[in-house]
Design a protein. Structure first.
Length: 404
């Protein structure tokens, strides 16, 4: 993942600080992340979720609302509606870069804000809320003892999460008049509600209200024993995995067009990320996939390794050869699968009389169906007639030319 510093102008004309987390491989979609009340773009959950989504090909912009973190402006002059406007400005900044967000993600009050913002962002295809309140006024409970003082003095310092903030009467009036459930009644994008049953800050009945108010398509996933701030790494990982899997139904996550020009019968590998080993693999004009190396070998693990493809060729060819023979014979083979693993071994272990290293492929064949022992033995023999098997066991020669 590559993280860029990103700035844009917020609703009040102030410069807002953001981070844009970019995938190391293909960029499949863009998401906008709105943090919780008085939090910031660098909160643990935001960082972990953004990193995981970036690893799955989704770029994520996370920013500090006006008056928070490294963003300009005064927090005491902001309110819920201004947060919504900041999200809209962030989306425009991404669009100006050619990365219009199709996925909005909001944590706590940020979740309520992205629901409101989506109404004015027609390119939004899906919205995710994490521990969001059904009523923006819910946030007032975090400093309700100070409400009479805010009403009488106009602006008062309150403590939220152990940190001091100046809160004004405009904030109270704004969150009181903002009606989330009314917006949800005509909500257009797909909605995913994520909430922990034991959330001690925003109770899970808020999730029920949000889910009930929204029209389909909508989904709800419980976060079990996660806390409100999603502080445990495994909870943040789970949230990111769920978002990525769910969003694929509503946000176009297709990989970019493969490199053009590979003719029928030619397999072309094109470097996709010069900082690692990721490769675009194009087989003729119709088939595209990715190759990579595991993280332990300096790769990003976004595709099979070259030896993985070699093993896959042997496994697939074996399975196809067995199926073709059983079909021709009319045998009751219900299902076949082949497991292949690869290793290097010393040739002397194979009794060749040399000290070279050779490749050994272990192939485990599974046959399901009403087959007698003679049929099973015959299918095992047929497996050795697999063309890829014969290629691997034969003497192949690779001819290489350098193209100007």
């Amino acid at each position: 993942m590559t993280t860029e510093k990103f700035t844009f102008t917020g609703h009040g004309g102030h410069s807002l600080a953001a981070r844009l987390d970019l995938p190391d491989g293909p960029h499949l979609a863009t998401a906008l992340f709105a943090h919780c009340f008085t939090c910031g773009k660098d909160i643990i959950a935001a960082r972990r979720i953004a990193a995981r989504l970036a690893g799955l090909g989704i770029a994520v912009l996370r920013f500090d609302f006006t008056g928070l973190g490294h963003s300009g402006g005064e927090f005491e002059n902001t309110h819920f509606t201004s947060n919504v406007r900041d999200i809209e400005h962030a989306a425009k900044a991404l669009s100006d870069r050619g990365m219009s967000p199709s996925l909005l993600i909001g944590h706590s009050l940020g979740g309520a804000a992205v629901i409101m913002a989506a109404a004015n962002l027609p390119k939004t295809k899906a919205v995710v809320t994490i521990g969001a309140p059904a009523d923006p006024a819910h946030v007032v409970k975090t400093f309700e003892d100070a409400v009479p003082r805010i009403r009488s003095e106009g602006v008062t310092q309150v403590s939220v999460g152990g940190r001091p903030f100046q809160v004004g009467v405009d904030f109270l009036d704004d969150v009181t008049t903002s009606k989330l459930e009314e917006t949800l009644s005509s909500f257009r994008p797909a909605l995913l509600v994520l909430h922990a049953p034991r959330d001690a800050i925003v109770s899970i009945d808020n999730a029920a209200r949000i889910f009930t108010a929204a029209k389909h398509p909508k989904s709800f996933v419980t976060l079990d024993d996660a806390d409100h701030l999603i502080t445990r790494p495994q909870d943040a990982e789970y949230v990111a995995e769920v978002i990525a899997a769910w969003a694929a139904r509503y946000v176009r996550l297709a990989a970019p067009a493969p490199p053009p020009g590979a003719p029928e019968g030619v397999v072309r590998a094109t470097e996709a990320d010069p900082r690692g080993f990721l490769q675009d693999i194009q087989s003729g004009p119709s088939h595209h996939t990715l190759a990579d190396e595991p993280l332990a070998y300096g790769g990003t693990n976004k595709g099979m390794s070259p030896y993985g493809f070699l093993a896959a060729g042997l496994a697939a060819c074996t399975s196809m050869t067995i199926r073709m023979y059983a079909r021709r014979k009319g045998w009751a083979l219900d299902h076949v699968w082949v497991d292949v693993s690869h290793e290097k071994v010393h040739a002397q272990d194979a009794e060749t009389g040399t000290r070279d290293r050779i490749d050994r492929f272990h192939r485990a064949i599974h046959l399901d169906g009403t087959l007698d022992e003679k049929q099973r033995t015959r299918l095992l023999e047929i497996a050795d007639r697999c063309p890829v098997h014969r290629t691997l066991e034969g003497s192949s020669k690779v001819q290489t030319t350098l193209v100007d």
